[in-house]
Write a protein that binds this ligand. Structure first.
Ligand code: IVH
Length: 745
């Protein structure tokens, strides 16, 4: 494409020509953007052209046409869909459930037999396509203009969903015509369709450009949703639900989301769904005797559709005989998870249309096509229990125990529910029937609960769509995270701003043993030379060590009896342990593995308090006075030492002879802001809101979220809004960051 043809040329004359020129440009750019994924102009330029067209159409309503790019959205909500009788029925395909190579062999053998071919005859030529997991659609074009889009329905009668389908940017509203000028009649490049489909076929391909859309043509294909668009949609839905929006729900898979979008009565909602389309065939078409095109084979048909602007999957190939069908099935099977959309198999079609005709149909299925499946990625099963597992770092994870089910190629008995919010959002309960999805090597996931029969599935927008937490007779209890660690009984807490609950019994908890010992023995913590990953694994698994103090009770005999442990290494480890007893307070504090207490914080704590007991007894407020300790860290330290088991371990370590030099507490930091309440608003020049808050609190002040008569100072930064106004109204002192720093001293 050169700019000469598509540059923003002035209209040769009058608004009508300008409108035509704008539409042609917008059609072309939309095709480049949505179908070819190769935009040639910036989005802003597209928007500018679009607005210009819109303005011209508003000024001259007589120039408005249904195929104008401005008409994708704008239809009024319908009361119901009208029925559409398909002129040519929409067939289904026979499914080969044998997911092994034999599936392709059986099909090829059947075709050869029907055609009366013998082993001496050459291989049959097929087109191998992807089997998209969406919903079938028939798009009717009359004189190049999209006039109707209908769902498959029962194959004979479907529903008129034209308004919604027009919102799909990948679907052309208008096809190139003989008179449309060179740019649109130019066939789209063939790039994309597998090379297999191109070799030695230049003449065939070259002829494609000469075929123009006939007076009547129905394009058949699949409306689907890309995985990324599906994830984004669900993310948005989750936000809406979190904000308390009524009647909103998340979608279990891209197919359901696409189907829901197509069946929206309000096209504005459908437009927000971001649906996509792949063309794979034709229905009704002007016959050759009335000037319709003559296609010789299916591939030629696909390439023609592509040249008219329809998306045709790049992973389409010509395959000769069963061997090449099997190769296609296997290649696609391997890359299936990397595709940006779901497929549930591949489709083989006899390429020659003459042979297709010869083969004909059995009931409603053509003998010339078959769908060859892959192992299902979704299955139904029952939830037997919801367990809570504790990870090495203390994270509590709800895990659904499932009745064993074969899905995505393996038997699945567990599926993670990630965290409490996620478990509640999905509202999975014991006894529920759930859909389990395992795509590729992704860990198995529960995509949703299947409502028991009698409890109708919530329909979008209906009062039945219910959020979690509502009473539902006959079901198990809603999941609640235990407040005690299921492994060691210590408190399980969820810190502000975090999604996970964590066990706070780090030193004692069996689940965290290995991690706790490794951390304690780390070079920068208490340092036990030679106590690495493998050895800790061995010691804990052999039950030689249960908690940290057990380290110092190790004897030579016990150690030397471990697998692959030479007496010399055992002796070395005992020496290292002996040496580790002489440590420093910062190393010891760091070695305890308190969440959010790294090396630097450990040093600050040691410097500030001087003695371990003082750290262990410090209140959250006192901890806040330590440099760099904010509310989250203070809370974490306090909770850790509130666990009797953790304290016990510390005492035992001391009893084992672990010692350090204690010092005097650093001069108690002055508390210049004690008793003062601050409100921070706007963007401060150097401090983040959190930093400012931490500093105020460390200096003894309080930070509140809203301005009231009790507020002493409002710290205002750039773009401070209503809080600043309120402060001025109440006559409260307003200061800037510099003044705050001065107050902090
Ligand atoms: S061809 C006569 N090709 O699978 C053949 N169908 O049961 C008509 N599908 O309803 C269909 N990908 O929704 C064809 N590449 C593909 C397909 C495909 C998905 C769906 C379609 C149809 C069902 C067949």
């Amino acid at each position: 494409m050169t700019t000469d043809l598509w540059g923003d040329l002035p209209a040769p004359g009058g608004d009508a020509q300008r409108v035509d020129a704008l539409r042609a440009q917008l059609h072309e750019h939309a095709h480049r953007y949505y179908v070819l994924d190769e935009p040639t102009i910036p989005d802003a330029e597209y928007d500018r052209l679009f607005r210009e067209l819109h303005a011209l159409e508003a000024a001259h309503p007589e120039l408005l046409t249904v195929d104008s790019p401005t008409q994708r959205v704008g239809g009024k909500p319908l009361g119901q869909f009208a029925s559409v009788r398909h002129t040519v029925p929409m067939l289904s395909i026979r499914t080969e459930t044998d997911t092994e190579s034999t599936g392709a062999q059986n099909f090829d053998a059947r075709v050869r037999k029907e055609l009366g071919l013998t082993a001496a005859d050459p291989p049959v030529e097929y087109v191998a396509e992807l089997k998209f997991d969406g919903l079938a659609m028939s798009l009717r074009y009359e004189h190049g203009v999209l006039v109707q889009a209908a769902t498959r329905g029962d194959g004979e009668v479907g529903e008129d969903v034209t308004q919604n389908i027009r919102t799909i940017n990948q679907i052309p509203l208008k096809l190139p015509g003989r008179s449309a000028g060179p740019p649109q009649a130019r066939p789209a490049p063939l790039g994309g369709i597998l090379r297999q489909a191109q070799d030695d076929r230049d003449s065939e391909v070259g002829s494609v450009g000469a075929i123009f859309p006939p007076a009547v043509m129905e394009v058949r294909g699949e409306v689907y949703m890309r995985r990324a668009d599906f994830e984004a949609l669900n993310e948005k839905q989750r936000e809406l639900i979190a904000q308390g929006a009524k009647g909103e729900k998340t979608f279990v898979n891209p197919r359901n989301a696409a189907a829901g979008g197509v069946r929206q009565l309000d096209p504005a909602i459908a437009a927000r769904r971001r649906l996509s389309f792949f063309a794979y065939g034709i229905g009704d078409i002007t016959p050759p005797e009335e000037g319709g095109p003559v296609f010789e084979n299916h591939l030629q048909l696909l390439l023609t559709l592509k040249s008219w602007g329809f998306p045709v999957a790049a992973k389409t190939a010509l395959a000769r005989g069963a061997t090449e069908l099997i190769a296609f099935h296997q290649t696609i099977g391997k890359t299936r998870d990397a595709l940006p959309y779901d497929i549930d198999g591949v489709v083989y079609k006899v390429n020659s249309l003459a042979l297709q005709k010869k083969l004909g149909f059995v009931t409603r299925e053509p003998r010339w096509a078959v769908a060859h499946k892959y192992p299902a990625q979704e299955q139904l099963t029952t939830v037997l229990a919801i367990d809570v597992q504790v990870g090495r770092t203390g994270k509590l994870t709800p895990v659904a125990k499932l009745a064993p089910v074969f899905v995505g190629g393996v038997t699945v008995t567990n599926a993670t529910l990630h965290n409490e919010d996620e478990a509640r959002r999905k509202d999975v309960r014991v006894g529920d029937t759930v859909i389990v999805r395992r795509a590729g090597d992704v860990i198995p996931e529960i995509v949703g609960v299947v409502p028991p029969s009698g409890r109708p599935e919530p329909v979008e927008g209906s009062a039945l769509a219910e959020g979690p937490g509502q009473a539902q007779p006959g079901r198990g209890l809603q999941f609640t995270m235990p407040r005690q660690c299921p492994v060691c009984g210590s408190d399980a807490v969820r810190l502000e701003g975090e999604a996970d609950y964590r066990c706070t019994g780090g030193l004692f908890c069996a689940a965290q043993r290995k991690e706790a010992i490794l951390h304690y023995a780390h070079r920068r913590a208490v340092e036990v030379d030679g106590l690495g990953d493998k050895l800790v694994e061995q010691l804990v698994d052999a039950n030689v060590i249960r908690t940290l103090p057990d380290l110092y009770k190790l004897g030579l005999t016990a150690l030397a009896s471990l697998d692959r442990m030479a007496e010399k290494s055992a002796k070395n480890l005992l020496d290292a342990l002996e040496k580790s007893k002489q440590t420093t307070l910062p190393r010891f504090i760091f070695g305890l593995g308190i969440r959010h207490v790294g090396e630097a914080t450990a040093k600050e704590l040691a410097r500030h308090f001087g003695k371990l007991d003082a750290v262990m007894e410090a209140s959250e407020a006192q901890l806040l006075a330590v440099r760099d300790v904010g509310p989250i860290v203070a809370r974490s330290i306090r909770t850790f030492f509130d666990q009797p088991h953790n304290r016990e371990v510390v005492e035992q370590l001391r009893a084992c002879g672990v010692t350090w030099q204690e010092g005097e507490p650093a001069a108690v930091a002055p508390q210049p802001l004690s008793g003062k309440t601050f409100v921070i608003t706007g963007t401060l020049p150097t401090l983040s809101r959190d930093e400012a808050k931490d500093r105020v609190e460390a200096a003894g002040g309080k930070v509140a979220g809203s301005v009231s008569k009790k507020t002493d100072y409002v710290v205002a930064g750039a773009e401070a809004g209503s809080k600043l106004l309120k402060a001025q109204e109440l006559g409260i002192a307003v200061i800037d960051e510099d003044a705050l720093l001065a107050l902090l001293g």
